[in-house]
Design a protein around this ligand. Sequence first.
Ligand SMILES: *Cc1c(COP(=O)(O)O)cnc(C)c1O
Length: 449
Amino acid sequence: MTATQDPTTQTTARRLTTPIPGPRSVELMARKHAAVAGGVGTTMPVFARRAHGGLVEDVDGNVLIDLGSGIAVTTVGSSAPRVVEAVQAQAAEFTHTCFMVTPYEGYVRVAERLNQLAPGDHEKRSVLFNSGAEAVENAVKIARHHTGRQAVVVVDHAYHGRTSLTMAMTAKSMPYKSGFGPFTPEVYRAPVSYPFRDGGLDGAEAAARTLDVVDKQVGADNVAAVVIEPIQGEGGFIVPAPGFLAALAAWCRDNGALFVADEVQTGFARTGAMFACEHDDVVPDLLVTAKGIAGGLPLSAVTGRAEVMDGVHAGGLGGTYGGNPLACAAALAVMETIEEEGLVARAREVEALLGGRLRDLAARDPRVGDVRGRGAMLAAELVRPGTTEPDAALAKAVAGRAHAEGVIVLTCGTYGNVLRFLPPLAITDAQLHEAFDVLEAAFAATPGE
Ligand SMILES: *Cc1c(COP(=O)(O)O)cnc(C)c1O
């Protein structure tokens, strides 16, 4: 069955046919517990059967509105028509040769497109991997090789992945690090700019605070790279104060370190720009991408200055599956979809609609302490009224009620008190409004203290 014949595309609205979770999902969850390692948690208690545009249908026939995009992955929509077609065509040709054995054009085309799209008009090169964490690790390898230095600077609330090195770079202990030490050495943490919790520091002041820690505790001469998410994802959708990122990038330039933007979550039209760095007029030395890059197929990339990237000896970078041909075909289809369907502009429309409704809610409900984000990457930070004291219980209760009503919404934040919104850009305005109506009802149904 092709995407266009799929019956779900006939459904344009949420539809609940059973309580959430329904009987089939309950049964599958029991099998999951018996078969899948307990360390893999799930947000929703339902199992997916198919998904298209802004909707996910579960195995009991419930149709849910998707405000998560599988964590910012299906930005062009799940099973976007161009992606389906490209992957089917590529699968019929070849599924793998290994780019390091007999290379193929798709990989080269993805690298060419990334080099065009990434900020800055300098000459660039790209290298492809499978996951965001793997790309972050490789950005660090490249930076260390280029600079001959070891220290990696990361910031508070950072999330960079769950592998050994990226776990050390990630800030939050539970659930990401707890019990998994020892952690890789030469990773240093400095403060970030977090306007809601910064006591009014502007971007320059916040950067001065960060760089003071780096200068005093790490030493500028030791720093290979500063790795930072231009808008922090798992840490709470934290948008730094204007000028903060530019000041860090300038410091890197002045001190021979590389500025590495981890745009795994923010990339590919998500924030109303192709890459979030563009909002701050920052040109990273290395750009790390994944998630939204290939519409759900596993692919990630490091794109950077040609002289930096080419400094690594042949064989120093790579991996069996990196730049898999199916994933490359999907990525090219994603980039075409973003362009042809004007999805950068669509992300800004989503920002206006959803951001407007979030701000209206915040004006009425003092438990919404902060509304922030860009494009289709928006969040509400929940607090005890009149304070900045995090209210994680409220975030959990509201998300749980929305889930029960058929809206997929995620939480995040170091304090677990942030509701985050990452709808696919294929979602309709009507679906966004309906999902937000559910969310407002969930707030109304959750009593304050
Ligand atoms: C998700 C994420 C990663 C890790 O990506 P995986 O594909 O899960 O390894 C790294 N950095 C950021 C900013 C992310 O959001």
